[in-house]
Write a protein that binds this ligand. Structure first.
Ligand code: GUN
Length: 292
């Protein structure tokens, strides 16, 4: 029987509706959440992501500002903008789209963001709080989006062997940290595999919950999946159309093969992608709720 499809569009709509109601309550109390999105350079994929974030803000009643900096901006230019946004009372959340151009030291930029406005949950203070299991930081957008997808689909990771493919700071590391928390909706036994792992399939074949976040188109094939497993595909890869048409969007999982083996699976697009934005919006509202 083909896998159940986990519908990220429908689940993100539920989360967005909750966020919209929180925005309404804030506005009624005279506060409007504000998000600043910073894009350095003109990478077409990043432009699409940034525009969809700004559009979602408008839909939910969140004030947003888009700051486009030229691709040859210096560290001083970027830090001056961060400084301005840090002290702007209309801005509750700051997001600098990753990856920036090579002359920009991303770690230094993240460090410069006021941690109370770090809606990406990239700042070391918030990453530390996440690891400790404190609630006072922010929720990392993509990994928390995955946790919500699981919860709303009735899939409880407790006691499962979860395998995360990829160890990035944006997805793999925080994903592993969330899944292993001693908390409701978590409590999994977690293995992280990556480019240095000798035989990735040996681990993925044992995964009851498989999270693919490696950034390689259709890397996970059907034979790497345990029958009945839940497969969450975080990848968004553009591959050329052999017929010469528009590039095709595929995940890190070979979907047609995987859905014949898995018990439940997220599609690309329409799986994890809309959840990332929904958590970002929720974080911006949380920042505003905490504003003194
Ligand atoms: N690039 C890819 N995903 C993300 C994200 O969640 N936040 C930021 N700032 N950049 C990204």
């Amino acid at each position: 029987m083909p896998a159940k499809i986990i519908d990220g569009k429908a689940i993100s709509a539920m989360l967005n509706e909750e966020t919209r109601q929180r925005v309404e309550a804030l506005r009624a109390a005279g506060k409007t959440p504000g998000l600043a999105v910073v894009l350095i350079g003109d990478d077409p994929a990043s432009q699409i992501y940034v525009n969809s974030k700004v559009r979602k803000c408008a839909e939910l009643g969140i004030y947003s500002e888009k700051h486009l900096l030229p691709g040859d901006s210096t560290m001083a230019d970027v830090l001056a903008l961060i400084d301005k946004l840090n002290s702007d009372p209309a801005i509750d959340g700051i997001l600098v789209q990753s990856p920036p151009p090579p002359q920009i030291d991303e770690a230094k930029v993240i460090e410069a963001i006021n941690p109370d406005k770090d809606v990406d949950c990239f700042h070391e203070r918030n990453v530390g709080r996440l690891l400790i299991g404190e609630r006072e930081g922010f929720r990392p957008c993509t990994p928390w989006g995955v946790m919500v997808l699981l919860e709303k689909s009735g899939i409880d990771p407790a006691g499962m062997h979860a395998v995360v493919i990829g160890r990035s700071n944006i997805v793999g590391k925080p994903m592993a940290a969330l899944l292993m928390q001693k908390a409701r909706g978590a409590n999994a036994t977690v293995t992280v595999v990556h480019s240095g792992t000798r035989d990735i399939a040996r681990y993925t074949r044992d995964a009851e919950l498989l999270i693919a976040a490696i950034g390689k188109a259709e890397f996970v094939t059907g034979d790497m999946i345990k029958p009945g497993a839940t497969v969450i595909d975080v990848g968004i890869n553009r591959i050329p159309d052999p017929a010469g048409g528009k590039p095709r969007l595929v995940g890190d999982v070979k979907f047609d093969e995987a859905r014949e083996v898995a018990g439940a699976i997220t599609p690309v697009p329409g799986g994890v992608g809309p959840m990332t934005i929904a958590v970002l919006m929720s974080n911006a509202v949380t920042a505003c709720e905490r504003r003194k």
